[in-house]
Ligand binder design. Structure first.
Ligand code: BG6
Length: 488
């Protein structure tokens, strides 16, 4: 891997502390960082290099998945870190930053490959990007890359505006948009599991699949993010990005060869064929909910409206379920159901594929029925794939019984999403980052829903904290004769 400088905006923030420093450290231990590299942390406050290095050390001690103890390796890792105070609005601060970056590049004898990681509020993305350009920081003979994390805009228009601005300073192939769901082991594994297995490919279509259900349920509430969440809701926070990314990864067609470009092209095609939901039809196809008081694992929790910082009359969505159709030859007539919510019964992210069941009446003469085959891909907190098939219970007069075949859960300590994604970005592999096309098409699909929610054209169902969400989300599936499967 080529030597480079990792320029981290927001180096004194929470994400840096919990995720980015530990990820860099674990990559370092695995020999997945270049042999020589430089990290420059940026923040508003004044800090000495030494204080910054001890802050980084502390965050690694606390948050690294591998237990860290003082060691020569850790010392040498930390010696790559420098700090530079920077007010993102002041052009002269970028010029002094450039001096420091160049000083370090020549000290270490490394080329001017620069990765700009923006771990800051999204409304600063375009300002920082344009200052990177204006200061000369972005004029490199080597490569330059920009890493940003959602939200990319607040709706279709603002996302387009942001992209337009960013594209003045960085080319599309230099922008790495993190969607941390694309860093999850099982989401990445979908690529191989679905596309590279002829047995799965043979049944991965409307002939064999009855419906697909994608769930991301959480037990946490709004936490300390009232200001952000009350303006976003589940629709912007989860559906526009993570849920639609999982849908694309599940439904994409097999390309002739696997590469970042072909995967992205396939994902884009899914979004292009995703049937739009006109505003007038949102209420029929989308269910929105908000949690009421209840209890989670035996502990009483307040209603959303009673959470600190939430507007008393907020009509924000903390739960969204939707029915989607992909109008292409592979998926015509197969409903995809997605749902996500806070304060639900369990933390669980999973994809359930229900197969059609032409053998249902094979045992009718014995008054027995086969069950539809199911494929369950558990993404979080478990990481495993299970097949549910019909079998015979020889211990009980041969009656039909469910046979469950589970992939062995990997007990090894797996790298975290941020580790994988930072590694990929350092290598210039953009497969598991959101391309602008995907982001734009996702906003385009979501926009009528935002409009219908804002105009209150969709009922807001309350649901008890600790439940499986509003009853109304069952109705969505009943219309096609299905139900949510394998509720925790
Ligand atoms: C984030 C959302 O993107 O994803 C959070 O902003 C949510 O609201 C989180 O809790 C869920 O991620 P995970 O990895 O815990 O499923």
């Amino acid at each position: 891997m080529e030597s480079m400088t990792f320029v981290l905006f927001g180096a004194t923030g929470d994400l840096a502390k919990r995720k980015i420093f530990p990820a860099l450290y674990n990559l370092y231990l695995e020999g997945k960082l270049p042999s020589t590299f430089s990290v420059i942390g940026l923040g508003r406050r004044e800090l000495s290099h030494e204080t910054f290095q001890s802050n980084v050390e502390r965050s690694i001690m606390e948050f690294s998945r591998r237990q860290a103890t003082p060691s020569p390796e850790l010392t040498s890792f930390l010696s790559a870190f420098r700090y530079h105070p920077l007010d993102v609005t002041r052009p002269e601060d970028y010029r002094t930053l450039l001096q420091l970056v160049q000083e370090r590049e020549s000290e270490l004898g490394i080329p001017d490959n620069r990765m700009f990681y923006l771990s800051v509020a999204p409304d600063l993305f375009d300002l920082i990007a344009s200052n990177i350009k204006a200061s000369g920081l972005g004029s490199t003979r080597g490569w330059k890359r920009l890493v940003i994390e959602k939200p990319f805009g607040h709706d279709l228009a603002s996302a387009r505006e942001l992209n337009e601005k960013l594209s003045k300073s960085f080319e599309e192939d230099e922008v790495y948009r993190i969607d941390h769901y694309l860093g999850k082991t099982m989401v990445q594994n979908l690529e191989t599991f679905v596309l590279a297995n002829p047995v799965i490919q043979a049944v991965w279509n409307k002939e064999h699949i009855a419906n697909i259900q994608i769930t991301a349920s959480e037990t946490v509430g709004v936490e300390e993010r009232a200001g952000y969440y009350d303006q976003s809701g589940a629709i912007r926070d989860m559906i526009q990005n993570h849920m639609l990314q999982m849908l694309m990864m599940t439904a994409m067609h097999q390309p002739t060869q696997i590469s970042a470009a072909t995967i992205r092209a396939q994902k884009k095609q899914i979004m292009e064929n995703l049937r739009p939901v006109p505003r007038a039809e949102v209420a029929k196809n989308v269910v929105r909910g908000q949690y009421a008081a209840g209890s989670i694992q035996g502990k009483a929790v307040p209603a959303y409206l009673d959470e600190p910082g939430i507007e008393a009359a907020s009509r924000n969505d903390t739960f969204v379920a939707a029915r989607l159709w992909i109008d292409d030859e592979k998926w015509k007539g197969v409903p995809f159901y997605i749902r996500t919510g806070k304060r639900l019964a369990a933390k669980s992210t999973r994809i359930v594929v229900e197969f059609k069941n032409p053998t249902e009446h094979l045992y009718a003469h014995r008054n027995e029925q086969t069950s539809p085959n199911l494929l369950v891909i558990e993404i979080n907190p478990n990481e495993k794939i299970s097949f549910l098939l019909n079998g015979k219970n020889v211990l009980n007069e041969g009656v039909l019984d469910e046979v469950r075949m589970d992939s062995q859960g990997d007990k090894k300590q797996l790298p975290e999403a941020y580790e994988r994604l930072i590694y990929d970005a350092l290598q210039g592999d953009s497969t598991f980052f959101a391309h602008w096309n995907e982001v734009e098409l996702s906003w385009q699909w979501v926009q009528p829903i935002l409009d219908a929610f804002a105009a209150n054209e969709v009922p807001l169902h309350t649901y008890e904290a600790g439940s499986n969400g509003p009853e109304a989300s069952e109705r969505l599936l009943k219309e096609e004769g299905f139900e949510w499967l394998l509720d925790p």
